[in-house]
Design a protein around this ligand. Structure first.
Ligand code: AMP
Length: 422
């Protein structure tokens, strides 16, 4: 199967060729024919599966003929980075056509965005808040929209955007094609989909399974040794482009600074940055100025850098779904990648939850010599077993009670396995 089989307009085929796409990805194979046929779609797919092209290419095919000057399609995304990324992708795929998109989000001037629409953009890619502001100000209207796309709908729900989305939808013609993409399907998204989709085709691409090209590795390490471990791995392994996740904005910033001071080319992207600083960090990571980008989950949504070699969970994510989102940043479009998770004993429950997902079993890796150090504090036997990946209880020994107590103390007083202590 090749893109030629869809009989896209030659100018769109030229765009596909310049993007370097030859064979459609599974979601593209599933979705493109139905979108071309004008059907509504409920797409369950995570980032990194090629879902942007799955909706943009049939959209371009529709727009390549018909009226030129109206806004004929609206794509709504939860973050500025994702909106920007979709806009850039459209620019690449539509390069040989006259179809233009304009991107709309807060934190930057409104006038260039309004002018972009007035200049005849046929596609608006927008975050909900700013779009609603401009609609309320009557800067333009959406009465000629034929196709609505909601991307990363679950994340829009996480960010509390669903009421805004419903307000925006009220301003669209009822007679339109609607495509909803979401990595997960919480009940709020299911209800929204039921309300706004008509007789949809459901497309599901191995939603809970990781891309097969990703290796999952776990380092059992105390909190105080995580930075030393990261530095050691960056020095020893070939990590061409690494995305590091921390739990807090503050940690993202301080870790990037620590790495810079140690001579690594690192930067951070977190919610407190101005739009221009975020863009600088993103561009620097994309063009290779920075080899390491430290980010929080919210800030990292929408990052689409195609050849991320490593994802590091410096802090273990709060949910198994977040683990999927994070690690989906590497191994994209069939490239291979590695995902490292740094887990201390407090993380054993979440590690166990993540590993319950088929295909997510992590290889236990020994700590590099320099990083090995005793942890402080008692740990439970259960969490120790989870992190060491040893499922069953050891055989009860026949030693005396007092000896048993002494050996238990030596086993559990340390946050690393006995093998590693040697
Ligand atoms: P997405 O899931 O849309 O964020 O896409 C993930 C990555 O896959 C992006 O870097 C796309 O440029 C790339 N991609 C999309 N479709 C294809 C394809 N058919 N062949 C190769 N790469 C693709």
């Amino acid at each position: 199967m090749s893109f030629k089989d869809y009989q896209f307009h030659p100018k769109i085929n030229a765009g596909i060729t310049s993007c370097g796409y030859t064979v459609p990805t599974p979601i593209q194979k599933e979705a493109i024919p139905s979108v071309l046929a004008g059907r509504d779609i409920l797409g369950l797919a995570q980032t990194g599966t090629g879902k942007t092209a799955a909706f943009v290419l049939p959209l371009l095919q529709r727009l390549v003929s018909g009226p030129r000057k109206n806004v004929r399609s609206l794509i709504v995304a939860p973050t500025r980075e994702l909106a920007e990324q979709i806009h850039v992708n459209i620019g690449q795929m539509a390069h040989h056509t006259n179809i233009r998109s304009v991107v709309i989000y807060g934190g930057v001037g409104k006038q260039p965005q309004i002018k972009g629409v007035q200049a005849g953009a046929q596609i608006i890619v927008a975050c909900p808040g700013r779009l609603l502001d401009l609609l309320n100000e009557k800067a333009f209207n959406l009465r000629s929209v034929e196709v609505l796309v909601l991307d990363e709908a679950d994340h829009m729900f996480d960010k509390g955007f669903l009421p805004d989305i419903r307000r925006i939808i009220k301003q669209l013609p009822r007679n339109r094609q609607t495509l909803v993409f979401s990595a997960t399907m919480p009940k709020e998204i299911r209800h929204l989909a039921e309300d706004i989709l008509q007789n949809p085709v459901t497309v599901q691409i191995n939603n809970s399974l990781p891309a097969p090209s990703i290796s999952h590795l776990l380092y059992q390490v105390s909190k105080t040794k995580k930075t030393a471990l990261l530095k050691s791995l960056i020095t020893k392994k070939v990590m061409t482009r690494t995305l590091v996740f921390t739990r807090t904005k503050h940690k993202a910033k301080s870790l990037a600074l620590q790495l810079q001071r140690s001579g690594f080319s690192a930067t951070a992207i977190q919610g407190n940055l101005s739009q221009s600083k975020r863009q600088q960090a993103m561009d620097g990571f994309r063009d290779g100025t920075y080899k390491i980008l430290v980010a929080t989950d919210i800030a990292a949504r929408g990052i689409d850098v195609s050849d991320i070699s490593h994802v590091v969970n410096y802090d273990v994510p709060d949910t198994a779904e977040t683990y999927t989102h994070r690690t989906g940043r590497t191994g994209r479009a069939s490239r291979s990648g590695e995902a490292f998770t740094f887990a201390s004993h407090d993380d054993s429950k979440m590690v166990a939850l993540i590993e319950r997902i088929p295909g997510y079993k992590m290889n236990r890796e020994p700590l590099p010599e320099l990083v090995k150090e005793a942890d402080q504090g008692m740990v439970s036997e259960k969490s120790d077993r989870v992190l060491r990946g040893t499922a069953r209880r050891k055989k009860p020994s026949t030693v005396s009670r007092s000896k048993k107590r002494r050996s238990a103390a030596t086993s559990f007083d340390f946050g690393i396995s006995r093998r590693e202590q040697r």
